[in-house]
Design a protein around this ligand. Structure first.
Ligand SMILES: Nc1ncnc2c1ncn2[C@@H]1O[C@H](COP(=O)(O)OP(=O)(O)OP(=O)(O)O)[C@@H](O)[C@H]1O
Length: 510
């Protein structure tokens, strides 16, 4: 099981010694083991995918390598030299760079300032701003990234933010680049740009650790794949020796099939009617009708129109124009309370910032929405656990220890808590923004079944998704949005996946 080869061929075919060699790394949190003796060899000029189900230990392992967590046991060698007690600073000095799931740019600063953060060129005590711009522009151009250096980081798309972070890390001398789900929630086009950048860095000799839940993507980009399950390495092999089904089996321990079920036909009554909804440039004249029991998808890059739709439908923001009707009744806009009272349940795509309260426990988060509707204020601890238990089961939420803070759960488990929290509160209409963001293949299949059940119960579902596969799997109809405007609308059985991707990329299907 342990990868024993001391050297592996690089993309150029030459043998090179491992830049990073990990042996028997263990790590526990509160007495529960997240890593149980993991080995990993990483070679220059390879894309090494790290795969596994939610909670398998991928993020913990890379955080040990990046010095964020200290391992309890085992060894890490960089260029053949054992490193004890890696800190973030030490890891960085050794050329190990980490781009975490959540982007970490200073959003108020410019792209140039972010690329050179911590290393601004100065003369005496004055920053040489011209040099800042020139050096940042050169760093970006050197990687083929076309982003103006004067733009404020906050105005960048998620894909652009990722590229700027990668440029910063490469400029700092990163020889090992760890990317934790760099394409989660990106449109097909943006994900393609990120993968092109990864291949380019690989060809320049950078060793890349690539965490992703997208099997097709891993098969396309990875040279080697290591699979973790329950904190243990179950397989490490060249990607060419694996196929998608075998990969799923080694991650999950069984086959996973997620096929479109025969759902009852939608009712004739409208569950949700949106007319002329407009907010700035993000959403322009958006009109859609969703019948009870129907799933209508809004396909477009995550982030812009989709999060704005979340803001408008949930009442967080008031639109410039437009009307929303739920079950035939007009819902006052711009007030969260009115949106909830109207029967709308909106599940955000930004679970960390908007969806969950990180400091509260798993069970408290899971029951928070139901308790709000029941106007329940006081909890006895045992009672909370008793009420939350069936929901944990139904939504397949798994924690290492009893009832930890929700923020310590793996990404996929957090996503299940978020869905459980809202879907159990008698919705008339659900707006779901990228509901399988960051979840593993098995959880993805589970969540798709939950959404099917929701529609079968007669709920009108508006699904914002950046994944054509997900839209094909779930939706009855699809609305394609680009730059805030609807550019196409199709019945799902009247369009193929490839035509859908082509439309989303800007062209009209023939
Ligand atoms: N700081 C922490 N405190 C307590 N438990 C933690 C902490 N960090 C991780 N864990 C637990 O360790 C296990 C491994 O988590 P990890 O985040 O490494 O999984 P993962 O494979 O990256 O999952 P995902 O695909 O969902 O991101 C999980 O059960 C998680 O709840």
């Amino acid at each position: 099981m342990t990868p024993t080869n001391p050297a592996a061929p690089t993309a150029t075919g030459a043998a090179a010694p491992a830049v990073l060699r990990v042996r028997g790394v263990t790590k526990s949190f509160g007495g529960a083991a997240a890593l149980k003796g993991v080995d990993l060899d990483l070679f220059p000029g390879e894309v090494h995918a790290l795969m596994g189900m939610n909670g398998a230990g991928k993020s913990t392992l890379v955080q040990v390598l990046a010095g964020v967590h200290q391992a309890d046991g085992g060894t890490v060698e960089v260029d053949g030299r054992p490193q004890s007690a890696l800190s973030v600073r030490k890891a960085r000095r050794l050329g190990i760079s980490f781009v975490p799931q959540r982007r970490e740019l200073a959003m108020g600063l410019t792209v140039a300032e972010n690329v050179l953060l911590g290393d601004l060129p100065t003369r005496g005590r004055t920053v040489r701003w011209k040099a800042v711009r020139a050096e940042a522009a050169a760093a970006l151009a050197g990687l083929g990234i076309d982003i103006a250096v004067d733009r404020t980081a906050g105005t960048l798309t998620v894909a652009e933010q990722t590229m700027v972070e990668v440029a910063r890390e490469v400029r700092r001398g990163g020889r090992v680049l760890i990317l934790d789900e760099p394409t989660a929630c990106l449109s097909a086009k943006d994900a393609h740009r990120i993968r092109a950048l990864v291949r380019r860095l690989r060809d320049e000799g950078v060793a890349i650790v690539y965490i992703s839940h997208y099997i097709d993507e891993v098969m396309a980009v990875a040279d080697r794949v290591t699979v973790l399950r329950d904190g243990t390495l179950v397989r490490s092999a060249p990607a060419a020796e694996m196929d998608a089904a075998a990969l799923v089996r080694s991650m999950v321990g069984r086959d996973v099939v997620s096929t479109r079920p025969g759902r009852p036909a939608p009712k004739d009554e409208s569950g949700l009617t949106i007319r002329g909804l407009t907010h700035g440039r993000a959403v322009q004249d958006f009109t859609v009708q969703v019948r009870k029991g129907e799933i209508v998808a809004v396909l477009g890059p995550a982030g812009d129109a989709q999060s704005r739709l979340f803001d408008l439908l949930s009442g967080r923001r008031r639109p410039d124009a437009g009307e929303v009707h739920v079950d035939g009744r007009r819902v006052p806009l711009g007030r969260v309370r009115a949106s909830l009272a109207g029967g709308l349940r909106c599940v955000t795509g930004d679970r960390r910032a908007l969806g969950l309260v990180a400091g509260l426990s798993l069970d408290e988060n899971l029951m928070m929405a139901s308790d709000r509707f029941a106007r329940r204020r006081l909890h006895r601890r045992g009672e909370l656990a008793r009420r939350a238990a069936p929901l944990r089961d139904d939504y397949g939420v798994v924690a290492l220890t009893g009832n930890p803070p929700v923020g310590s759960l793996s990404g996929g488990n957090q996503q299940k808590v978020l869905l459980g929290k809202w879907l159990e509160t008698d919705p008339v209409v659900c707006f779901l923004e990228d509901p399988t963001n960051g979840v593993d293949v098995a959880a993805m299949a589970d969540i798709h079944t939950l959404v099917d059940d929701l529609a079968s119960r007669g709920v009108a579902v508006l699904l914002a998704s950046s994944s054509a596969e997900e839209v094909m799997r779930l939706a009855d109809r699809v609305v394609v949005v680009s730059a805030g405007r609807t550019v196409a609308e199709h019945d799902i059985d009247a369009i193929t996946r490839d035509e859908l991707v082509a439309t989303a990329l800007g062209g009209q299907p023939q």
